[in-house]
Design a protein around this ligand. Structure first.
Ligand SMILES: [Zn+2]
Ligand SMILES: [Zn+2]
Length: 277
């Protein structure tokens, strides 16, 4: 089975908050994409019917009027396809490039550069086709995943562990926020992920892991927590091994926040190598 890399050429343009950090993609991934174990896939836009299962009509109407609409639907479509293909055993794991979609999109509000939810439609689609699905969502973007949390609050078949600026445990232990501190180190962060996500996921026993992998936590990016690009790759390695252990390897990485092209160009080719190793 191959690792799917979902990328659309329109993502090369400039998008809210993240800018044009993907301007040199997919070219910079050429070497990693040349592996026979990797497949570059062009995402299809998510259907409006699937978006309606997660978002209010009023949110969809307002996003439709924004220039990001088509690109956001492609990003969400990639997440939906990647999760389904991993579920069906058509892909081993996946890396999904996203623009204008992600963890700040709730049921009826969206902000912070993300105007549609990725995880909501991906899980809704799996449930529609395969019945009960238990999913673990790991959020290692620098900011709190408020929209994602809102969508899944009350849904105890979804474990949401978010590494942000507050510490709390809600929803019978299925919704967790971990305060990583204003400045931390790679080792401290990895230890927190092991203690707070890996442990919780082992107990939760998900069927699939979705990882909102923002690199805005990197030194010099806009959510700087003092982390290095190397940590971003280590995270993928750690969660890849966890997925092999708890959910037959089903693991989908979604690119999240971060505006530095040099960091994106460093970490995503290496992430593909880790996913396909
Ligand atoms: Zn962020
Ligand atoms: Zn949080």
């Amino acid at each position: 089975m191959k690792v799917g890399v979902f990328f659309h050429r329109v993502f090369k343009e400039s998008w809210p908050v993240i800018g044009d950090k993907f301007r040199r993609f997919p070219e910079v991934m050429q070497e990693a994409l040349a592996s026979p174990k990797v497949e570059l896939i062009e995402p299809k836009p998510v259907s409006e019917a699937l978006l309606r299962k997660v978002h209010s009509e009023s949110l969809l109407e307002s996003v439709k009027r924004m220039y990001v609409w088509d690109a956001a639907r492609l990003a969400v479509g990639g997440c939906v396809q990647a999760a389904e293909m991993c579920w069906r055993g058509h892909l081993a794991r996946a890396l999904v490039f996203t623009v204008a979609a992600g963890h700040h999109a709730g049921v009826s509000y969206a902000w912070g550069g993300t105007y549609l939810s990725c995880t909501g439609p991906a899980i809704a689609n799996l449930r529609e086709k395969f019945g009960r699905v238990r999913a673990a969502i790991l959020d290692t973007d620098s900011h709190h995943g408020d929209g994602c949390r809102e969508i899944f609050t009350g849904d105890r078949d979804v474990l949401h562990v978010c590494f942000c600026s507050s510490s709390r445990v809600e929803d019978a232990g299925t919704k967790i926020c971990v305060d990583v501190g204003w400045k931390t180190t790679d080792q401290e962060y990895l230890t927190l992920v092991e203690d707070c996500f890996i442990r919780a996921a082992r107990e939760f026993k998900p069927d699939i892991i979705l990882h909102f992998h923002g690199h805005d936590t990197c030194i010099g990016d806009y959510g700087d927590r003092g982390l290095t690009p190397n940590l971003q790759v280590e995270l993928v390695k750690l969660v890849r091994d966890l997925a092999d252990e708890v959910c037959d390897g089903r693991y989908v990485v979604l690119t999240g926040g971060g505006a530095r092209a040099d960091i994106a160009e460093l970490i995503y080719p290496r992430a593909i190598e880790v996913l396909s190793a």
